[in-house]
Design a binder for this molecule. Structure first.
Ligand SMILES: Nc1ncnc2c1ncn2[C@@H]1O[C@H](COP(=O)(O)OP(=O)(O)OP(=O)(O)O)[C@@H](O)[C@H]1O
Ligand SMILES: [Mg+2]
Length: 771
C-alpha cells in the first residue's frame, strides 16, 4: 500500500473510496489520470479480480502505459487481464462475441473513414445524385453525428426535424443514402467506427440478458477524459453501471475539444443527475507545469464564459515566461523552431523526446519536418495520412481483409483487379448490381456465377473464378498458418510484392519498402503474441490496425525523437519543452471556428490544452506571411497571444499596431525589409544562446547589422536581375525569382536556401551578386 503515499490527500481519498459513483473534475496536470491508474491498482490490491474492471481510455497507447504502471504498483500478471482500452477497442471485442445477436458474423470488418467515404461515393453515384451537393465527406459527418446520437437509418428517415434541416440544405435524400449505406455495410459484414458504439447500444437495449451479463461482469467502471465522450459512449457507461453504480469518471470541462465529433460537456454536468449520491473530488494542484505556465493557461481559459469554476495552481518553480516569437514567413518559423530545439537541447542537456511541436492542422507539419531534417534532428510525426492509409498498404491489407471476411465490399473492390487480372469496371458494376438486387455481397454473387452469370461472359467468369480460388486458398490457410506466414504467402501469391519490386522508380522503391515494413510489423506482432503464450492470427492483427488512434503509432525505436502532432492528438500527454506554432488568426483560431461564441470557446479550450502539455517551457510562434492553398497570405497574430495575461509573457518582438485588433490594410504592400529594419525594443534580450546564430539574428533586433561587416559591399540595386544568385548578410545565399516596381522602390522576390522565400526592397536590403 506504499503507493498511496504517492498521492495528495484528495487524490488518495478518490483512490480509496472504491464504491459508488465518483466524479473527479480538475484542471490539466492535476493528476486525474494518476488517480485512475492508482485506483485500479488499489482495486486489484483489494482482491477485486482484474476481469471485472473496465477502464476506458482515450488511446490504446494510454491504456498500455497505464497497464504497465499498474503492473509496477501491484501484480504485473493481473494487470494484463484488465479490460482496458478505448471505447472502440473494448466494445468491438464485445461485439465480436455477441455478433450473432445483431445479425453480423464475428469476423466483421471495421471500415475506416476512407472505406466509409468510398462506399458513400459509390452509393451517391449509383443514385445519380450530384456529388457537389452530396459531398461524401459531409454526408459522412451527418451520418456519423446521427449514429453518435443513436439515430438509426430508419429513425433518421422518420424524423421530421432532421428532414427539414437536410431539405433546407438542399440535401433531402441523405436519409436514403444513410439507409443504403447501412444495408451495404451489413451485406459486407462490416461496421464503421461509429457503428461499434451504436451497435453496442442496440445490443444492450434489445437483449436485456446480454446487458445483464456485462453489468455483472464489469463491477468497476472507470473513464478517463470523460469531457470528450459522446452521447453514445455516455449511454453505454450509464447502462453498464446502472445496478452497482461503481463508476469513476475523471475529466476537465476546460479540455473538451471534440464537440465536432459529438462530444458533450453536458455528460459531466449530467453526472449528478444520473448518480445523485456521487462523490465529487476537486484536484487543484498542478504537478506537471511551472507556475508561469499554469498561470498563463488559467488567464486564457478564464475568458470562456461557459465553464465550471475551479482552482489550479502549481508549487513547482516559477519558471520562464511564455516566449512569443515572430517569423517573417512560414519557412522562417520552421527554421526558428528547429534552431531553438537544436540549441536548447545542447545548452540544457536535454533529449530529443523532451521536445514537441504542436500545430492546429496536420498540413502545417511539412515545413517543420523540412527544417528538422536540415538540422539532422530526429522526429516522429503522428496523424495525417497514416502509414496504413497508403495505397500499397491498403491494397495488401484488403487481401488480408478478404481472407478474414470475403464479404468485405470495400476490400474486394480494391483488389478484384489489382494486380491486373483483366476484370474491368463494367464487370464490377454488374456484380454490384446483382449484389444489390439480391441483398447479398459481391463475393456471394461471384461464388454463384456458374449458376447465374448475370450477363458476364464466360472468359471473364473464369478470371473471376481464379480470383475466388486464390482467396479461398488464403482462407483455408488461416487455420494452420501463423499471421506472418500467411501474410508473406499472400503478399507473394497475389503478385503485389513482385509488381512493386519491378517498379524501379523512387516511388516504386519506397512502396516496396513500405510493404516490407508492414510485413516486419506483422512479424513482430506474431513474435510478441507467441512470447505471451497466445498465438494470434491475421484476423487479430487486422483488428489491432483498424483500432489504431492518432497517438498509437509508437514503438521503442521511435522513443528519443522530437514529437510533431496536432493539439487534438496531444491530449493527456506532457513534454518538457513545447513549441506551439502557427498562432495566427484564421489558422488558430481556425477560420472555421470564429463565427459563434461556442466555436471560439472550443478553440480557446484547444489553446488551453496546448499550453498545459508543457512542463518547463512554452514557445509560441507565428509567421507574418504564409502560403495557403498555393497563395501567399499575410495573417495577423492570433488573438490568443493577447489573451494571455502579459505578466506571464515574454514577447520577442515589438508589439505592432495590428496586434491590438486594428488591421493594417497596407500589410500586403509592406516588405520584409521594412519590417525587419524597424527598431525593436528587445535588442538587449538574450534569445537562444550567447553565440549569435541565424535564428537569433532573425528574432532579435538587427538594426544596422548589415553595415557592420566592412567586407560586405552590396551590388547596385539596378544590377540585380531575376535568376541571379545573391547574398544577403543575414539570410545568406538565395536565388532572385522576380524583380518588380521601379526606382527607388524596386522589390525583389528571393528564395533563400536557409530561410525560404522573401520579398525585399532593394534600397534597404543590400544584396551582393555572387553568381
Ligand atoms: N501527487 C502527485 N505527486 C507527484 N506527481 C504527481 C502527483 N499527481 C500527479 N503527478 C504528476 O503530474 C503529472 C500530471 O498528472 P496526470 O497526467 O495524471 O494529470 P491529468 O490531470 O490527467 O492531466 P490532463 O488533464 O492533461 O490529462 C504526471 O507527470 C503525474 O505523474
Ligand atoms: Mg490525463
Amino acid at each position: 500500500m506504499e503507493y498511496l503515499n504517492e498521492l495528495n490527500p484528495v487524490q488518495r481519498e478518490a483512490v480509496e473510496n472504491i464504491n459508488g459513483a465518483s466524479l473527479v473534475i480538475a484542471g490539466a496536470g492535476s493528476g486525474k489520470t494518476r488517480v485512475l491508474t492508482y485506483r485500479i491498482a488499489h482495486l486489484l490490491n483489494q482482491k477485486i479480480p482484474a476481469y471485472s474492471i473496465l477502464a476506458l481510455t482515450f488511446t490504446n497507447k494510454a491504456a498500455r502505459e497505464m497497464k504497465e504502471r499498474i503492473g509496477n504498483l501491484v501484480d504485473l500478471q493481473q494487470s494484463q487481464s484488465l479490460w482496458m482500452g478505448t471505447f472502440h477497442s473494448i466494445f468491438s471485442k464485445i461485439l465480436r462475441y455477441e455478433a450473432e445477436h445483431l445479425g453480423f458474423d464475428s469476423n466483421f470488418t471495421i471500415y475506416d473513414t476512407q472505406d466509409s467515404r468510398n462506399l458513400l461515393r459509390a452509393i451517391i453515384r449509383e443514385m445519380q445524385l450530384d456529388d457537389k451537393v452530396y459531398k461524401a465527406n459531409e454526408v459522412l459527418n451527418r451520418i456519423s453525428s446521427a449514429k453518435n446520437n443513436l439515430v438509426t437509418a430508419n429513425a433518421y428517415a422518420q424524423n421530421a426535424n432532421i428532414q427539414k434541416i437536410d431539405s433546407s440544405n438542399r440535401r433531402p435524400l441523405i436519409f436514403e443514402i444513410y439507409k443504403k449505406y447501412s444495408q451495404r455495410c451489413r451485406q459486407a459484414n462490416a461496421m464503421d467506427f461509429d457503428d461499434l458504439l451504436l451497435q453496442t447500444n442496440i445490443l444492450f437495449k434489445s437483449k436485456p440478458d446480454i446487458l445483464a451479463k456485462y453489468q455483472n461482469k464489469f463491477k468497476y467502471i472507470l473513464v478517463d477524459e470523460y469531457q470528450d465522450t459522446n452521447y453514445s459512449q455516455y449511454l453505454i457507461v450509464k447502462k453498464l453501471a446502472e445496478n452497482h453504480k461503481n463508476v469513476c469518471v475523471v475529466g476537465d470541462d476546460a479540455q473538451s475539444i471534440y464537440s465536432f465529433r459529438g462530444a458533450k460537456i453536458e455528460n459531466i454536468l449530467n453526472f449528478k443527475n444520473d448518480y445523485p449520491n456521487y462523490k465529487l473530488y476537486k484536484l487543484e494542484q498542478n504537478y506537471r507545469s511551472t507556475q508561469n505556465i499554469v498561470n498563463a493557461a488559467n488567464s486564457v481559459i478564464h475568458k470562456n464564459r461557459e465553464q465550471i469554476k475551479k482552482v489550479s495552481f502549481s508549487e513547482n518553480e516559477e519558471g520562464e515566461k511564455i516566449r512569443v516569437v515572430k517569423a517573417l514567413t512560414d519557412h522562417e518559423e520552421g527554421y526558428i523552431v528547429a534552431n531553438a530545439i537544436f540549441e536548447e537541447r545542447m545548452r540544457e542537456h536535454l533529449q530529443y523526446q523532451d521536445f514537441a511541436i504542436l500545430y492546429r492542422t496536420n498540413a502545417q507539419s511539412r515545413i517543420f519536418e523540412e527544417s528538422l531534417r536540415k538540422l539532422n534532428l530526429p522526429y516522429k510525426i503522428y496523424g495525417g495520412l497514416s502509414f496504413y492509409q497508403r495505397k500499397e498498404i491498403k491494397d495488401l491489407l484488403s487481401y488480408f481483409r478478404m481472407t478474414v471476411n470475403p464479404n468485405d465490399e470495400e476490400a474486394i473492390k480494391r483488389v478484384i483487379n489489382y494486380p491486373k487480372r483483366g476484370i474491368g469496371d463494367t464487370t464490377v458494376s454488374k456484380l454490384q448490381d446483382a449484389a444489390t438486387q439480391n441483398e447479398c455481397s459481391i463475393w456471394e454473387v461471384i461464388c454463384g456465377l456458374n449458376q447465374r452469370p448475370y450477363g458476364i461472359n464466360s472468359g471473364t467468369i473464369s478470371k473471376l473464378m481464379r480470383f475466388a480460388t486464390l482467396i479461398s486458398d488464403f482462407q483455408k490457410r488461416q487455420e494452420t498458418d501463423s499471421a506472418i506466414d500467411l501474410a508473406n504467402y499472400i503478399a507473394k501469391t497475389t503478385g503485389i510484392v513482385q509488381e512493386l519490386y519491378n517498379d524501379r522508380s523512387p516511388e516504386g522503391v519506397s512502396r516496396h519498402e513500405n510493404i516490407q515494413e508492414l510485413l516486419n510489423g506483422i512479424q513482430e506482432f506474431t513474435q510478441n503474441s507467441l512470447e505471451e503464450g497466445n498465438e494470434l492470427q491475421l484476423a487479430n492483427y487486422l483488428e489491432d490496425v483498424a483500432l489504431l488512434t492518432d497517438q498509437d503509432k509508437d514503438n521503442d525505436e521511435d522513443r528519443n525523437k522530437v514529437t510533431l502532432m496536432t493539439i487534438h492528438s496531444a491530449k493527456g500527454l506532457e513534454f518538457s519543452h513545447l513549441h506551439i506554432v502557427g498562432l495566427e488568426e484564421d489558422l488558430f483560431p481556425s477560420q472555421m471556428a470564429t463565427s459563434t461564441q461556442q466555436e471560439l470557446e472550443e478553440e480557446r479550450r484547444l489553446f488551453y490544452v496546448a499550453i498545459t502539455r508543457a512542463e518547463t517551457k512554452v514557445t509560441l510562434s507565428f509567421a507574418k506571411s504564409r502560403y495557403k492553398w498555393g497563395n501567399i497570405s499575410y495573417p495577423r497574430p492570433s488573438r490568443f497571444i493577447e489573451e494571455i495575461d502579459e505578466k506571464y509573457v515574454d514577447l520577442q518582438y515589438e508589439r505592432e499596431p495590428e496586434f491590438s485588433g486594428a488591421r493594417n490594410e497596407n500589410l500586403q504592400s509592406r516588405t520584409d525589409s521594412e519590417i525587419v529594419n524597424r527598431p525593436r525594443k528587445f535588442e538587449a534580450k538574450q534569445s537562444f544562446s550567447s553565440k549569435p546564430k541565424l535564428s537569433q539574428a532573425i528574432t532579435r533586433n538587427n538594426t544596422g547589422s548589415q553595415d557592420n561587416d566592412p567586407n560586405f559591399i552590396p551590388s547596385k540595386p539596378e544590377q540585380i536581375q531575376s535568376g541571379m544568385i545573391v547574398e544577403h548578410q543575414r539570410f545568406g545565399k538565395g536565388k532572385v525569382l522576380q524583380i518588380e516596381g521601379s526606382k527607388p522602390n524596386i522589390k525583389a522576390t528571393v528564395f533563400f536556401q536557409n530561410v525560404g522565400q522573401k520579398q525585399l526592397l532593394l534600397k534597404f536590403a543590400k544584396l551582393k551578386i555572387v553568381g
